[in-house]
Write a protein that binds this ligand. Sequence first.
Ligand SMILES: Cc1ncc(COP(=O)(O)O)c(C=O)c1O
Length: 370
Amino acid sequence: MAPVKKPVHGGDVYAASRELSCPLSTLIDFSASINPLGPSPKVWRAITEAHHLLPHYPDPASWDLRQALAARWHCVPEQVLVGNGSMELIYAFPQALKIHHLVLVQPTFSEYAASMARAGGRVTSVCADRDEQYALPIDRLFRLLERPPKGARTIDAILLCNPNSPTGQACGADDVMRLARAAQRRGVWLIVDETFADYCPERSILPLASAFSRVVVLRSLTKFYGLPGLRVGYAVAAPTVVQLLRRELPPWSVNAMGQVAALAALHDTAHAKKSLQFVLKERARMAKELAGLPGCALFPAHANFLFMELPHGWHGGKLTEQLRREGLLIRDCSSVPGANRRSIRIAVRSRENNDRLLKSLSRVLSESRS
Ligand SMILES: Cc1ncc(COP(=O)(O)O)c(C=O)c1O
């Protein structure tokens, strides 16, 4: 078997700091899309007050956190599984749910295909159309389910990232529910990655999904709650599915501080509201500015990042490199399957940081024209 290429991700500020010989604090990271307001101040307090937990193993059941999540999504704690980031759960899916053939939409998050490759499974890609602004092709997924191609291996699962990364496109909850019903009828798993759904809660199927025995919804505390360093994600599914997934996780995979911080973050609804309002406003401002850069194309955004194409003749990798030298990290998407070489992704950050990026970006692009 050909060696599996390791997915490239944003957010590696450590490598950038070593490479540029500069402290982490001088870098501005637009490559991982994390809440620009940072975690709730209540998280800091909760972690400090929880220092007495350090000499103990963490609660292997993440009991308090699961209670809180179940209350939030109107289900029972048996329907919630917490993992070491949603990434841990992505890697548990193929084995736990016996997925040998996964269908996904490209461009999308690279780890779904990587986890299938690691499990020795197969992936079929349905490409979102650039001319349709990378809208999620729900109807094509639906048709594939209803009429699988003759001779093709049975489809075990569909993975839909909604909103999708890196494109930022999202479909409505009605469409996802239609797909969920079709998947349920066919005995096919539907995994919906809602890592960025906090930015468009009306598109989430979460309160409804727990009624389906074939649907798994994935969430994360990384992005919206600003806790990437603590690694907390979770899945909501039928209790039997949660049991299957749990078997694949190592014991104590979620550390004590992660559990405490996640709980405090979920309870701070005022910070959540403020974060959402801030990002939506700043995203609109950024989008307007970026769309005004000559030759750049911007795509509809439903998360806390913007997906765009540079002018013809540019390469995402070249711009990323140039900005990196100034301590500005963006996500080069030129090698993401289904995206073109001019594609980049930029997270929405503070107004001040965003202005700095806009200034550098327009300077670099105009220098190349002159
Ligand atoms: C779409 C998507 N899903 C899942 C993850 C994994 O997130 P985490 O493991 O931090 O919860 C990421 C991280 O970048 C992502 O972009």
